[in-house]
Ligand binder design. Structure first.
Ligand code: ZN
Length: 123
């Protein structure tokens, strides 16, 4: 369990909220001129960072309003909460050092692993 601070109601249990995906996705203004690839990008393509991520949340068991949150996806730390329409706050986050030596920002895929001094590279 963790608490989320709604900008309208204050701190509440996370079970009162619904996740709404990535924030700050702008609807296309010239949709008639878009090809299928551009539409697919608008509808399906989202970032998936390990680190600071801007996301939409709805307080469905409270005020029922949408708001934005900056969350560190590596630690689940909530860095900022702000109303829709407000500018994204400028925050920083400390990313955890990973024991496997993977890149601090990335997919966690071993293909992106940073070889540490003393680690073998061939079996
Ligand atoms: Zn609320």
């Amino acid at each position: 369990m963790f608490l989320i601070r709604c900008p309208n109601c204050g701190e509440r249990d996370m079970s009162e909220f619904a996740y709404g995906g990535e924030a700050h996705i702008e609807r296309p203004t010239q949709s008639d001129a878009m090809n299928d690839s551009e539409w697919a990008g608008y509808v399906f393509q989202r970032t998936n960072p390990k680190g600071i991520f801007a996301e939409r949340w709805n307080h469905q068991a409270g005020c029922r309003r949408w708001f934005n949150m900056l969350r560190n996806t590596a630690t689940d730390d909530i860095l900022a909460v702000y109303r829709v329409g407000e500018p994204r706050p400028n925050v920083t986050a400390n990313l955890p050092a990973t024991p496997s030596g993977e890149a601090t920002i990335g997919s966690g895929n071993d293909a992106a692993k940073v070889v540490q001094p003393g680690e073998g590279t061939a079996p």
